[in-house]
Ligand binder design. Sequence first.
Ligand code: FES
Length: 572
Amino acid sequence: MKKPSSLRSAGWFSRTGKDGFIYRAWFKKQGIPHDELAGKPIIGICNTWSELTPCNSHFRELAEFVKRGILEQGGFPVEFPVMSLGETIIKPTAMLYRNQVSMDVEESIRANPLDGVVLLCGCDKTTPALVMGACSVDIPTIVLSGGAMLTGKHRGASISTSDIWRFSEANRMGKMSDNEMMLAESGMCRSDGHCAVMGTASTMACMAESLGLTLPGNAAIPAPDSARKVMAQLTGREIVRMVEANRKPSDILTRAAFENAIMVNAAVGGSTNFVIHLLAIAGRVGVPLNLQDMDTFSAGIPLIANLQPSGKYFMEDLYYAGGLPAVMRALLPRLHGDCITVNGKTVHDNYAASECYNPDVISAIDEPFNDMSGVVVLKGNLCENGAVIKPSAASPHLLEHTGKAVVFETIDDYKARIDDPDLEVDEHSVLVLKNVGLKGYPGMPEVGNMGLPPKLLEKGVTDMVRISDGRMSGTGFGTVVLHISPEAAMGGALAFVQNGDLITLNVKQRLLHLHVDEQELMRRKSTFVPIDLGYTRGYTKLFIEHVLQPDEGADFDFLKGCSGADIQRDSH
Ligand code: FES
């Protein structure tokens, strides 16, 4: 057991004189006996509960189970709120605020008498934002995910977020009425929890577990399952042990842990958003990781989790089939088994005995659902610093394709013209969307899998090559090239694509090429005028001025790295 005087919180509660009096007196107004503040580890529960974040709306109850575990193990729990990000609600896009939340988390942890922290994470950005913030303080930290919701139901069929894109196309073509849409939306989100497919939230839960930041088995337990509450209680116990062992994120998040996370993401068919968030987390702990690593360590890892949007099943099915432990077990020969995780055990120790209960959902590694997995990193004159595509969610016949560009200068331009029957487009065209990047939108919304023109939908076309500097929902699919860097608003080559230019996508060769000669490109570049979005103050101005491009994790330039847990000025 750690000596009380060596706890970080002793800097507040073990002090004598006026400062100690003030620190303790106001804490005691919450009905806290003196001995609770006399040497027990103080554990923060960083809560993203909000009724504006429906995926995290059950977190107050979950926090109660975490508290049980902390108390059982001899710690003292204190719950605190941070800004929450409801992916489907917040405008203009939750990604605009990920870095802001990470700053909230970092400063909240450092400024308070905390010896360890439990991060309650759920909806997409809440996981990376909390992990980034905690990594920049580096006190013992453990992640608890809120869990996915139960599979949605509509007229007897299983549905979830990936179906929104299909429903939307059917609605635009008049094949699904508004009333039918309303019936489907009422059956889709049936319980507490986040999106029920391998979208970004589930990808982030898998990322946290494969990095070693959660107890084994955390990622796939559905939110309403009683096992989720048990996991919360066990997580509460574990963080107290972590404080005793002084096991910090920097001990867990080694280069090898990041490589494990990339391999696991490939095997489960995780979201392209994984790339941006993992790079940002690596930047906080100072682990050298680059965009190319995403491709290098995905290569050769087959898709073994048969989950939407790349496959058939839902997160609930993954849990019943053995959850992420069964995936980790299958991958163990490829993983760095000696990485330490939050419970002090290695990846090998945690997962060597895990079992798969349903090979339809989690296949053996030599009988995968799809050889194409992970995130492919593209290079070429259209994306000097890279772009990404998720081949498992794309159409095989489009992975090698050359077509004429149909250009939309902004998302508003796209919305205004895509339904126009006179739009010059056919199934071989490449839809190009500009100015939906981090600085150009700003915030890089999930609009990259833009809907197809109705006149092609009517012909039965279900996919086209689409390219942009935006992102795509983890629940989305299609032959969609994303995260083009540098983005159009920074004068990247994307800004100079014109209608009719030929573009080649060749996934096998990792190529995205604009067939315009260098001289002509230079001529077009000479006329470049950056758009002025008119943000003259506030957070959005700060964001535009300091956000890094997606190939660097989209963090703020001044947030990279860790400042530690020390506070330079600490008296009243
Ligand atoms: Fe919250 Fe999908 S909207 S996880």
